[in-house]
Design a protein. Structure first.
Length: 129
């Protein structure tokens, strides 16, 4: 599991392309945003339970990434084998997670992301509880 900060779009591309058979989570956000802090705390709490199949990176807002992907100010991007996973949340498709889950829910979502990625698929269904 990594906590390396990414500072350029090239850093992001290198991380995504160099990790195979592993989920890569990139937290996008400004550390002054309460949601960003909450994402960081969540990832820290669950890190030991997901460390076998996840690598985590942090990215302070890089304008070309935020603008290019149409991201909200704070969110999680999840990649598997160089592919950005998409999420079907209540029949709406988006390529990021921009709200919090309880620890166990997030672990289940990441396990599902890993299985979906291993099967070569790119859309993860998330049921809101």
């Amino acid at each position: 599991m990594y906590y390396n900060p990414l500072t350029t779009i090239d850093d992001i591309n290198n991380v995504v392309s160099s990790n195979s058979n592993t989920l890569v989570i990139i937290r996008i956000g400004d550390i002054s945003d309460p949601l960003t802090v909450s994402f960081d705390e969540l990832l820290f709490r669950i890190k030991n339970k997901i460390s076998k199949f996840v690598k985590i990176y942090f990215c302070e807002n890089i304008p070309e990434v935020v603008k290019g992907l149409g991201l909200s100010s704070s969110c999680l991007l999840i990649f598997y084998n160089n592919h950005l996973l998409e999420f079907n949340i209540e029949n709406e498709i988006q390529n990021y997670i921009d709200f919090l889950f309880e620890d166990e829910e997030m672990i289940e979502i990441l396990e599902e992301c890993y299985e979906v990625g291993r099967k070569g698929k790119k859309i993860v269904k998330i049921n809101i509880k």
